[in-house]
Design a protein around this ligand. Structure first.
Ligand code: PSV
Ligand code: MN
Length: 424
């Protein structure tokens, strides 16, 4: 369904005067507010095609009504989000969950919703119907060359599908690893994986990148063949300049200092970008900013500082994507909340007085350094984020429009009460 622009305008008319008061209050103490608003307008976060249905756990899945039943409907859902917040202007496909059978038509539909195609994701962590070899004991790491070849061929096929859509990157996440000591020879697994990645790398078009995503555990619980940023970095640095390390916030052991990882990867020009989510324990896939918004802010603080130090474009030089989906919320509402949390953390990071912070660091003024960071973090930037949305033609309050217009009920009427989206 397409959201009538008039409805967004009507909602904005009602909220405008109170928004303007709040915006005036926060912006009056910010010197470069025009520049900040423009950065917020430019910043876009890709939505994965698998986040539009209710996620599940291995214990169960409780599908909601009106879930998108095919790629076209998924694009429409992201179009809805983007119409509301003007910050979700890209889609990331997982193949074969979402195969673009008619790439030209899919491209047109996406363009109609002002969406671009972000990285394409391969899938060698599940067996598909009719597949010749099983990935039960891994894919690129596998002892059998035939299995490895099947996984390599799949990745190359995903690159070709992505090319047809205008994507510029392949994300490889491998569930490969082992569950028990002795199951694998670590060096053989590493070497096989590396050789597979080399073959995939060789198939990349010149203007493409490959992102190697790491994960500490799950589904393997003794070792993972790309288990942390060091292992990913080892692969990507050996592969070459088109290879980068992708950080998924939920893929670390508890209390890992993700902001430090980000800073060092950027220093080495090896940071691909992000899969945003939040977690309390592991890969919980919770709404971004729902558990630890301060960590998210600290990550964005490193990103902004690091990107500025290298003259990078915040909006385009790294890949930004959400990777979260769970059982209890309406997926579209969840995504609106996640995007809002990302924009808030980014806006707060833009407020950090970096000159003062450097001065404090130079004289070991630890107290002042903390004050500077927390001054930015404790600023209520919600009106800055809303102003950027408003300027871009979106809703001052996307969630309120979504609810007051009964969007979910309209989707249920259109698609039925018992739909199940493809994906996890
Ligand atoms: C794995 O947990 C992961 O984060 C990878 O990005 C996958 O592609 C995605 O989730 C969806 O399963
Ligand atoms: Mn991920």
């Amino acid at each position: 369904m397409l959201l009538n622009k008039r409805l967004i305008e009507e909602s904005n008319d009602q909220l405008l005067s109170s928004h303007q008061k709040g915006y005036h209050y926060v912006s009056s103490s910010i010197d470069n507010v025009v520049e900040i608003i423009q950065k917020l307008v430019d910043f876009q976060v890709a939505i994965p095609s698998w986040a539009l249905g209710t996620g599940g756990t291995r214990f169960g899945r409780f599908s909601g009504g009106g879930e998108p039943g095919n790629l076209e409907e998924k694009i429409e859902d992201i179009g809805l989000l983007h119409a509301l917040n003007k910050s979700s202007g890209a889609i990331s496909l997982h193949i074969p969950w979402d195969i673009p059978n008619d790439p030209e038509a899919i491209r047109k539909l996406a363009a109609m919703h002002e969406l671009k195609f972000d990285a394409v994701n391969s899938n060698t962590f599940q067996d598909q119907a009719g597949q010749e070899h099983s990935y039960k004991f891994g894919s690129l790491q596998h002892m059998d060359r035939a299995v490895r070849k099947q996984a390599i061929d799949h990745n190359i096929e995903v690159i070709r599908q992505g090319e047809a859509l205008g994507s510029k990157a392949l994300t490889v996440w491998l569930s490969d690893g082992s569950c028990f000591p002795g199951q694998l020879n670590f060096r053989t697994a590493w070497q096989n994986t590396y050789e597979g990645l080399q073959e995939i790398y060789a198939a990349l078009p010149q203007d493409w990148k490959i992102f190697v995503e790491y994960k500490a555990f799950e589904p393997n619980f003794y070792s993972m063949s790309v288990g942390d940023w060091g292992q990913s970095y080892l692969y990507t640095s050996k592969l070459g300049s088109q290879a980068y390390t992708l950080v998924d916030l939920g893929h670390h052991l508890p209390n890992a200092n993700i902001e430090q990882i980000v800073s060092l990867l950027m220093m080495e020009k090896k940071l691909a970008g992000f899969h945003f989510n939040d977690s309390k324990y592991g890969d919980d896939d919770l709404t971004v900013g729902s558990i630890n918004p301060y960590q998210l802010f600290l990550i964005f603080n490193e990103l902004v500082e690091g990107m500025d130090a290298q003259g990078m474009n915040h909006a385009t030089d790294l890949a930004w994507m959400i990777d979260a989906s769970h059982n209890v919320k309406d997926p579209l509402e969840d995504l609106l909340q996640s995007i809002e949390a990302i924009m808030i953390a980014y806006a707060q990071a833009l407020l950090v007085d970096t000159t003062a912070l450097k001065e404090a660091q130079a004289i070991n003024d630890v107290v002042r350094a903390q004050e500077i960071l927390q001054q930015a973090y404790r600023t209520d930037v919600r009106h800055l984020v809303a102003e950027a949305r408003f300027k871009a033609g979106g809703a001052l309050n996307p969630l309120q429009v979504f609810r007051s217009q009964g969007v979910r009920n309209l989707l249920i009427k259109e698609r039925g009460p018992q739909t199940v989206a493809t994906g996890l």
